[in-house]
Design a protein around this ligand. Sequence first.
Ligand SMILES: Cc1cc2nc3c(=O)[nH]c(=O)nc-3n(C[C@H](O)[C@H](O)[C@H](O)COP(=O)(O)OP(=O)(O)OC[C@H]3O[C@@H](n4cnc5c(N)ncnc54)[C@H](O)[C@@H]3O)c2cc1C
Length: 401
Amino acid sequence: MTGGVHGRVDDAVVVGGGAAGLCLAHWLTRTGTGVTLVEAPDGPLRPAERTWCYWEAGTGEFEEAVVASWQRLRVRGPDGSAVGSDPSPLRYRMVRSGPFEQLVHSRLAAAPEARVLRATAHEVRDAPYGAEVRCTTADGRPLTLRGRYVFDSRPVPGAPPHRTILLQHFRGWFVRTAAPRFEPQVADLMDFRVPQPRHGLAFGYVLPLAPDRALVEYTEFSRAPLTTAAYEAALRQYSAGVLRLGRFTVESAEQGVIPMTDARFPRRTGRAVFRIGAAGGATRPATGYTFAAVQRQSRAIATALRDGRPGVPPPHGRRALAMDAVLLRALDTGRVDGPRFFTDLFRRVPMERLLRFLDGGSTPWEEFGIGLRTPVGPMLRTAAEVPFLARRATGRSEESS
Ligand SMILES: Cc1cc2nc3c(=O)[nH]c(=O)nc-3n(C[C@H](O)[C@H](O)[C@H](O)COP(=O)(O)OP(=O)(O)OC[C@H]3O[C@@H](n4cnc5c(N)ncnc54)[C@H](O)[C@@H]3O)c2cc1C
């Protein structure tokens, strides 16, 4: 942090204190970089509490916030056949955004070079000393924050130009059953024993928290979200008809939409202004998982800044993005059958390798092998056409052929 004619100038200002902003502020502090984190006051800009799941080996940086973790992961085909395995050394983990925020805020409060402010950011722009963030505080006062670099995680409206955009949309219930119904050590990532939509695919997702408690979700990858009533109907059908939960109560619910797209998200929007998190393309197009990429990226940004190399590395590798673009298009055009594609993939590729691939940690040879375990004909046909399709700012996918 430096003082000057403009008052306090932080090494870094982080805009938005969600998954990406919190992780980055944490890692900046750990590497001795002065940081101001500005998060929106309570109100419409602040997202509802949510669950972030990811896989990681060993003990992670945010272990205290992990509320549950699973040793075994399972995928079920439409006929109920199960493929399950232990992806050791990786372990699937769940954090809740509220306790995660509290943990990071308490760490930042203990670091003299960090501060957390509550204000709404309106404008982020380059300035002679770096960049500035114009904000309004909760009580209506204007506030300008100054930093040598600004990292902005505010959501961007609409996706940048793309060939394909599917929405991963879902609603989940935290249920408590009258009798023990769940296997606490097994997480069901995809359970295709649900009716499939006309376009895209649908699956159940079950994360047990105890023998009688779980997060049970209904998820679709398709073009438009459902009404809450339609999610509730699908969840009722899945809980009663498929999982046979018997008597249960719904203790709370969460709902969300995650765009899955081959859009290219700019990561630098000014000389000293960078975009991070979902707004900077951290969501893995083929899965919607974002949290693990955000953690990797935050650490890399903080290390690079400490070493005098300011910048934001790409959250996903080029090969991975190219493979995801093909898969999204193949799903969107209906050339591959979603439930079959995913169950076959999990059956044929060791879980640990697949998860490592999704985290960008696989070798080209392993990726070639994964490609061979997909429906090669439709995927190759799609791969051949994707480079010739223009990215367009349509707001939705190109029509299926
Ligand atoms: C319900 C739900 C569940 C999800 N579950 C998973 C999961 O299990 N695993 C996974 O990997 N991904 C998951 N995702 C996807 C992704 O991880 C999350 O969307 C994640 O929150 C993205 O992090 P972010 O920091 O980019 O955005 P956010 O977490 O949304 O953070 C943006 C922050 O910016 C703040 N903000 C907005 N506007 C302003 C402003 N003008 N001024 C100041 N602050 C502002 C907001 O208050 C917010 O805190 C989920 C998404 C949803 C919606």
